[in-house]
Every structure is written in C-alpha cells, then in structure tokens.
Design a protein around this ligand. Structure first.
Ligand code: MN3
Length: 236
C-alpha cells in the first residue's frame, strides 16, 4: 500500500473535520444550525423493563421519534418557522403555508409529544407532589380515578393517538387526540401527562392488549416530572 502523501493526509483530515462539524441541519454556510434534534433519552433502553421493553424503547426512540424530527426539519426548511421552538410552531399551525401544514402538524406534534413522553416516564418516578395531588383531587376525587379515566380515554381512542391529562383554565381534565395531535394545537390546554397509544408503543410486548400496556405505563410514570410540570403550568 502506498503511504499517504502529506497533502492527501491533510485533505483526508480536513474532510473528516468538516464532516464532524457539519450542523445537524444544513442551513446556508454562514447561518447557525436551525434544525430540531432528537433529545437525549434520560435513561437506558432497558430502564423501564419489565413494563416497557428495551426493544420497543429503542425502536420507538431511534426510528419513530427520529423520523418525526427529520420530517419536521424537511418540512420547515427554508421557511421563517425553521428553528422556532416547536411549541410556538404548533400553536400557530393556521399561519403556516398550507402545503406544509399537515406535515408540520404530524411531525411537529410527533416531536413535541415524544419529547414530553420520554420525560413522563422513569425507572424511579418518585411521588406526586402535594399541590399536584390536591389539584387531581379537586378534579377527579383522587389519583386512581384520574388514572382510570386516562386509561378509558386511551382505550376509547380508535386507531392511533394519545390520551392526555390536560390543564386548561386552572382545571385538570382527561382527553384524547388522534394521530400526533397535542391539545395545544386546538387551544384545549397544556398536557401535564400523556400516554402514547399508537401500536408502535406497545405491540412487540403487548400485541393487541392496549389495556395491559396502559396499566404497565402507569407503573413507570415520572410523578416528580409530572408534578413539576403541573406546578410550572399552573403558575401560568
Ligand atoms: Mn410513539
């Protein structure tokens, strides 16, 4: 094998450096990166076993969530909305060009929902805070009743979607949305807790038994995160 000339070596090293420093989203050469990126998963793929299996977590995160991120970036590239906080984009869907509106609704919703969803679960979920417990008691009698309603909403969703615990005008309520819709899209409130009831979230382990999956989900809820989220949202 011919040893590399100094010139070749420099060229190769330069190419490698350029590749590494490539922004996650290719804007113009002088513009900062404007794209969305997959957030870091706050635990290992197998951390929620046996309730949520490692294979499902890995595929859900690296393929499904990644696809929402990639397609959102693709849809928004070259528009004034590229790089805006995803929440801001989702509450302004009616202002987006019509030809990208559906793609942004689906993929922006997918990115936003899953970013929340990963944080709403944890191997050590802690306990609901007193202010959150009181708010749940005010709207549902108790936590168990709220979780039962959340499960019913998830089971009642035909096809793919989400069941949510939502804060709207200081009150907590349960609702469900189709596809990757989030309550903020229709000004229905802010999601405090949510469960993904797309088959991709549970089929490998639970097959068609969505009820068993929702029960398992309720075992890994990150009550500390959910309580904090409630308290932050309640302050307005
Ligand atoms: Mn999903």
């Amino acid at each position: 094998m011919t040893p590399m000339t100094r010139r070749e070596l420099l060229r190769t090293a330069g190419a490698a450096t350029a590749l590494l420093s490539l922004p996650e989203f290719s804007a113009g050469a002088d513009e900062p990166p404007k794209g969305y990126a997959l957030p870091k998963l706050p635990y290992a793929y197998d951390a929620l076993e046996p309730h949520i299996d490692a294979k499902t977590m890995e595929i859900h995160y690296t393929r499904h969530h990644q696809a929402y991120v990639d397609n959102l970036n693709k849809a928004l590239t070259g528009t004034e909305w590229a790089g805006k906080p995803v929440e801001e984009v989702l509450v302004n869907l009616d202002k987006l060009p019509e030809k990208i509106r559906t793609a942004v609704r689906n993929n922006g919703g997918g990115h936003f929902n899953h970013t929340l969803f990963w944080q709403m679960m944890s191997p050590k979920g802690g306990r609901p805070s007193v202010p959150f417990t009181d708010a749940v008691a005010g709207s549902f009698r108790d936590l168990t009743t709220m979780l039962t309603q959340l499960k019913e909403a998830g089971l009642g969703r035909f096809g793919s979607g989400w069941a949510w615990l939502v804060l709207k005008d200081g009150k907590l309520k349960v609702m469900s949305n189709p596809n990757q819709d989030n309550p903020i899209m229709d000004a229905a409130g802010q999601a405090v807790l949510g469960v993904d009831v797309w088959e991709h979230a549970y089929y490998l382990k639970y097959q068609n038994k969505r009820a068993d999956y929702i029960d398992a989900f309720s075992q890994v809820i990150n009550w500390e995160f959910v309580s904090q989220r409630y308290e932050t949202l309640a302050k307005g």
